[in-house]
Each structure stands twice: as structure tokens, then as C-alpha cells.
Design a protein around this ligand. Structure first.
Ligand code: MN
Ligand code: MN
Length: 469
């Protein structure tokens, strides 16, 4: 288990954005013998291929001996996490400080993101198509970035506000540089000297130009241009994500817990990927989906509310021999409709300090093993994909045989709240699907808490699931 958890921590540290996570996944997959499906002409039983979309989503397939139309065993997790994204025209200077203007991504408690060290991670694409990778804040010699907050001495008005208005979204701007400050008198005397000099030389009177006022911003941009070769205008075609700086850590004297950013849902992504890479398809084809955009509704070409999965499956069908799959479109539909899936997503861990929010008997506990949510949704199961008991019984049977610890839970009390996952997008294809993942304490906070034991049980559980017939 120790080495699995070390690998898990490294996976989190190396993949704080979906793009970097996909790079990590592809590296591990290629090492395990997976090949790019677009460069593969035919597939047969035993073939291992991946299908990736825009560098932000990836689907792995390990072809089994059973007919493909009879369905796959699918593990599906998401690899995007709540964070702040740089706006399209992000850099500005105000009173000697340079800021990166942001728009938050996913559900966050905004006040949790101020006064903590932050990293900037993403890509800037220049007009000639060059992709420049920027990732600053996580190496020991890197500077970090930060959003400031009002000092407590002057926070009287702020402290009276409700927490959702405590820090406004528009004020989540990250300090990325500063300059020496000149007060009015010093600036005036400098100006009058310059004016005197100009007039002495027979020149025109000069005024404080916008140019001069933006010296600090200019300096920051020139550092960026020198180091990375892009200009301010290039930031219009960029994708810069602001994420917590620092590494995944063991937590507690007994090191039983993991404190890290992005464990929703990279804990399940990691366990799914490892289970996939460590398994061999004998009967049914195995599949592992690692998708983007779940935190903002799964929209877009890289999210599950798209043709990502059926397009990938169609590419597989087109490469299979007649002995494994029949007629194209019908095979795609049948393969999907006959599939079994675990929507590998995290659940809220029972919080002893706020136990009033939970129905104890229907909650998931840190250290309780893999968590199943028969249904998610909120307030009357709204938005839920409700799993079938026949299917759950099949899963219980393989997990018990493999001696996996698991628990069945809801997120919280009925009227307290709820959430969604990718389960219903998969269910729309007609397949059997249930949510199964890791319990997380302070989910969506910059630093989330999981149990190392649960990560290991999730891995074990996902591996057992892949053997389902
Ligand atoms: Mn999630
Ligand atoms: Mn989430």
C-alpha cells in the first residue's frame, strides 16, 4: 500500500490541471503498452489503445475476447478540479501591484482561496501555433502567488457579511508582481525636474503618461516575454489555471490521511487508471474514461455531455474484426447499452464536527473503504441516475470475493444538499451505472482530506469490478 500511496501523491503533484493529468496518464499508459488509436489500423483481443481529446480527456480500451457488442466494463472518473482560471485580458496594474484577473471554475467557497500560496499552471498559444507551457509555483526555487485579504484590524464591515459575499468573485485577483512605490511628493519633484530639463533643452512640457504609470506591469510582462517568449496579447489565447501551491502530504501522526489539492476527483482517476493498467481483459473489454469539465456541468467537447464516449467506441468498432463486432452503428449502441460502469467519483466524508448535516447510518466514513452512491442528486433525488439493485448485487458479489471494504452512503441529509456526477451521461446510453469512489473531507477546498486506506480499497474495488461478467 505504501508504494501505491507514494505513486498517488506523485500523480496529484504532477497533474494539477487536466492537461498535465492527461500527459501523466498517457505516459503511464504507453509504458503499459497502450497505443494511440488514431495510429492503429486494426484491433484484436488483447489490444490496448487510448483515445484522447484535445489533451484534456482520455479513454483507454483493453479489448477482450468476448463480443464487443456484449458490452464493456467501464471505470469513469473526472480529472478537472475546482480552481481559478485567468480571464482573457488578465494582467493589470493598480497602485504599484500587478494582478492576474481571474474567474473561478467550479463550486468553491471563495474565502478559502485568499492568503494561501498559489501556483500558475497552463498553456499560452502564440499566433504561430507554438504552445508555451507555464507552470510556476511548485518547484522548490519557484516563486508563488497569492490573493490578499483585508487585515482583521479593518475588517469590521467585511466580517458582518455572509460568507458567500465575504470575498467577491471579482476580487479573487492574484498578485503577480510589484514595484517600488513613489509617493506624490517624490513623483512631483521628479516630474518638475524632468519638466525643467525638457524646457531647458527647448522641448515640450511632459505629463505623467499611462505608459509611465504601467511601469510595474511592463516589468512583469517583460520577464514573461524573456522567459517564455510570449506577449500580453498572447494571453488572449491562453489557458492559465490558478491552483494551490505545494505538494500532497501525509496527514496525522499516524500518516493515515492524505492532504492534497484536487482529490475530487483525481483520487478516483488515479485508482481507476491503476486498476485499468494492472488488469488484463480476458472476457469483456475493459475501458477507463478520464474526462474533463465535470465540475462545470460536463459541457464542451472534452466533457461527458458530448459524443466523446460514443465517438471513441465507434473508432474501436471500426477497427475490430467481424468475429468481435458486427455492423458499425448498431455495434456502438449495443456495446454501450450492454456495458457495466462505475462512475468513479468522490463522496462527502462524514464530518464529526458537523454531524448535524449527515444521516449517520447513510454516510460514508474516512477509512470505511470504497463508497457507493446508489443515487446522487438533491432534494427528492432530482438529477439522479438511480442504480438498479440487480446490478448492485452483481457488484457486491465480486467485491466480497475480492475482500474489498465498501460502504453505501448518501452525500448528506435529504434536504441539506447534493451533487451530480457523470453517471447520468453514461446511463443515457442505456448502460448499468453506479457511483463508486473515495470519501473526501472538506471537498472542493484548496486542500482536501482523504484516507490512504480508502485509496487502496478503491484501487482494489475497481480491479475487482473489471472482472465482472
Ligand atoms: Mn467529483
Ligand atoms: Mn466536485
Amino acid at each position: 500500500m505504501q508504494s501505491l500511496i507514494e505513486d498517488y501523491k506523485a500523480f496529484l503533484d504532477g497533474g494539477k490541471t487536466e492537461r498535465r493529468c492527461v500527459m501523466e496518464v498517457l505516459e503511464a499508459a504507453e509504458k503499459a503498452g497502450y497505443k494511440d488509436i488514431s495510429k492503429t489500423k486494426t484491433l484484436k483481443a488483447g489490444s490496448k489503445v487510448y483515445y484522447q481529446k484535445m489533451g484534456k480527456s482520455v479513454i483507454l480500451f483493453n479489448i477482450g475476447k468476448d463480443r464487443f457488442d456484449d458490452g464493456m466494463n467501464i471505470l469513469g472518473a473526472h480529472i478537472d478540479s475546482p480552481r481559478l482560471d485567468a480571464k482573457q485580458n488578465p494582467v493589470y496594474e493598480k497602485d504599484g501591484l500587478v494582478y492576474l484577473n481571474t474567474h473561478y471554475y467550479g463550486g468553491i467557497k471563495k474565502y478559502q482561496w485568499v492568503t494561501i500560496p498559489l501556483s500558475l499552471c497552463g498553456v499560452v498559444v502564440k499566433r504561430d501555433g507554438t504552445v508555451v507551457e507555464v507552470c510556476v509555483g511548485d518547484e522548490p526555487d519557484d516563486p508563488v502567488f497569492c490573493i490578499s485579504d483585508i487585515l482583521i484590524h479593518c475588517a469590521g464591515e467585511q466580517m458582518k457579511k455572509i460568507a458567500s459575499e465575504f470575498i467577491e468573485g471579482e476580487k479573487l485577483d492574484v498578485i503577480i508582481g510589484s514595484g517600488e512605490h513613489e509617493n506624490e511628493f517624490r513623483r512631483e519633484s521628479k516630474k518638475s525636474k524632468a519638466r525643467k530639463d525638457a524646457l531647458k533643452d527647448g522641448g515640450e512640457d511632459c505629463e505623467d503618461s499611462k505608459e509611465a504609470r504601467n511601469q510595474v506591469k511592463k516589468n512583469v510582462l517583460s520577464i514573461l516575454s524573456e522567459k517564455y517568449g510570449f506577449s500580453e496579447a498572447d494571453l488572449q489565447s491562453a489557458e492559465i489555471e490558478v491552483v494551490p501551491a505545494g505538494r500532497a502530504r501525509y496527514m496525522g501522526f499516524d500518516k493515515s490521511l492524505i492532504l492534497a489539492y484536487g482529490q475530487d476527483d483525481r483520487s478516483c482517476a488515479f485508482a481507476s487508471l491503476r486498476a485499468m493498467l494492472d488488469s488484463k481483459a480476458s472476457g469483456r473489454t475493459l475501458c477507463c474514461i478520464l474526462t474533463d469539465k465535470e465540475e462545470i456541468g460536463s459541457y464542451g467537447a472534452t466533457g461527458m455531455d458530448s459524443h466523446l464516449l460514443d465517438n471513441a467506441v465507434a473508432e474501436v468498432v471500426a477497427r475490430l474484426p467481424e468475429s468481435l463486432a458486427g455492423n458499425g452503428e448498431l455495434s456502438v449502441r449495443r456495446a454501450l447499452a450492454n456495458s457495466f460502469m462505475l462512475s468513479s467519483d468522490v463522496n462527502a466524508a462524514f464530518d464529526p464536527l458537523n454531524d448535524n448535516l449527515y444521516d449517520r447510518q447513510n454516510s460514508s466514513f474516512l477509512g470505511g473503504g470504497l463508497v457507493f452512491n446508489k443515487y446522487t442528486g438533491s432534494r427528492g433525488k432530482s438529477g439522479a441516475s438511480d442504480a438498479n439493485p440487480e446490478y448492485i448485487a452483481q457488484i457486491r458479489s465480486v467485491l466480497d470475493k475480492a475482500d474489498v471494504r465498501y460502504q453505501f452512503a448518501e452525500l448528506a441529509k435529504v434536504d441539506v444538499g447534493g451533487g451530480g456526477t457523470i453517471a447520468h451521461y453514461a446511463a443515457a446510453f442505456g448502460m448499468q451505472v453506479i457511483d463508486a469512489g473515495v470519501a473526501v473531507l472538506s471537498m472542493h477546498a484548496p486542500w482536501e482530506i482523504t484516507s490512504a486506506f480508502d485509496i487502496a480499497e478503491a484501487y482494489k474495488g475497481y480491479k475487482a469490478f473489471l472482472t465482472l461478467r
